[in-house]
Design a protein around this ligand. Structure first.
Ligand SMILES: Nc1ncnc2c1ncn2[C@@H]1O[C@H](COP(=O)(O)OP(=O)(O)O)[C@@H](O)[C@H]1O
Ligand SMILES: [Mg+2]
Length: 284
């Protein structure tokens, strides 16, 4: 059984995944994706990646396209291209969650800057703005009034990337200064933690200094976690939820889940559970 773990920056997580996969009897290779080159006009069966690939690149577009290339070459990738696409774009994730009737914060899309203030007024301030593609809380901003909102819009309009000229707006959920992160591996919750926002930030991302604390999910939370994971196609995922006055709301499903923060508050090895799931996805 040969497993390839692809990375573009080697972190603690990838090394732990390799170690645990090897402990489970797999031959697990860490491969840097950056030097890879593919002649995509030639269709062949790629055997050099082994029976299954675990995609751990940080760059979203590298992950997305490399996964698609590998699938064309007959390689089984965790997570598959469609799951990566659905999770990597917050607009697509929200569409999927809404269609599956999974509680999610009220969200509006303005297709130009002209209607952003109107959308925000409909939902009421404060309002949260998010880039369609992004992680670690980057560019996720809160506008507490119309003036703050319009200055964010003005800055966004200066950006060269046309995707930034459409706007994802969300109600600000009145939640405690924490949210929930569940690491899902197939039909198992490998870890579930609260993430507390650091003192100087309203966002709870561990990348921004958020601290984790163990959480034993109740039936309602477990159900919503699995429903969200299933809705995007399942696999190895990080489901993020907030506690609102009306119950849990899922705001994001992460495709290449970081779990060092969750591991700090969890007793069993998260990497072991992920490795076991990936091995189970090997092409027979
Ligand atoms: N609608 C919201 N209301 C309140 N807090 C939010 C809302 N959306 C996001 N946050 C906070 O901001 C953080 C980052 O938002 P998220 O949608 O998860 O983007 P990212 O992909 O950058 O992590 C969340 O973990 C949460 O703490
Ligand atoms: Mg998040």
């Amino acid at each position: 059984m040969k497993l390839t773990i692809l990375f573009d920056r080697l972190r603690w997580e990838e090394k732990a995944l390799q170690k645990e996969a090897q402990a489970l009897g797999a031959n697990a290779a860490l491969v840097d994706a950056k030097p890879l080159v593919f002649e995509i006009s030639r269709v062949r069966r790629a055997r050099e990646f082994g029976d299954v690939v675990l995609q751990r690149c940080i760059s979203f577009y590298r992950t997305l396209y490399l996964t698609r290339i590998l699938e064309n070459l007959g390689v089984s990738v965790v997570n598959p291209y469609l799951v990566t696409e659905s999770c990597g774009n917050k607009l697509l994730t929200t569409l999927i969650l809404a269609k599956a009737k999974i509680p999610t914060p009220r969200t509006m899309i303005s297709l130009s800057s002209d209607t952003v203030a109107e959308s925000a007024q409909k939902m009421g301030f404060p309002v949260v703005l998010k880039p369609f593609v992004g992680s670690w809380g980057r560019m996720v901003s809160i506008a507490r009034d119309k003036e703050a909102l319009l200055s964010i819009v003005e800055l966004r309009e200066e950006l060269q990337n046309p995707i930034e000229h459409m706007y994802y707006l969300q109600e600000f959920v009145k939640r405690p200064p924490r949210d929930v992160r569940a690491v899902v591996a197939g039909d198992e919750i490998a870890a579930c933690v609260y993430r507390y926002a650091p003192e100087d930030d309203w966002r709870t991302n561990v990348a921004r200094g958020g601290l984790t604390k163990a959480l034993k999910p109740n039936k309602e939370l477990r159900e919503i976690i699995f429903r969200a994971a299933d809705a995007v196609g399942g696999g190895v995922l990080g489901v993020d939820a907030m506690e609102s006055e009306e119950g849990y709301l899922v705001h994001e499903v992460n495709n290449t889940v970081e779990f060092a923060g969750a591991q700090a508050a969890t007793s069993g090895s998260i990497a072991r559970k992920i490795a076991a799931y990936v091995i189970s996805r090997a092409r027979k």
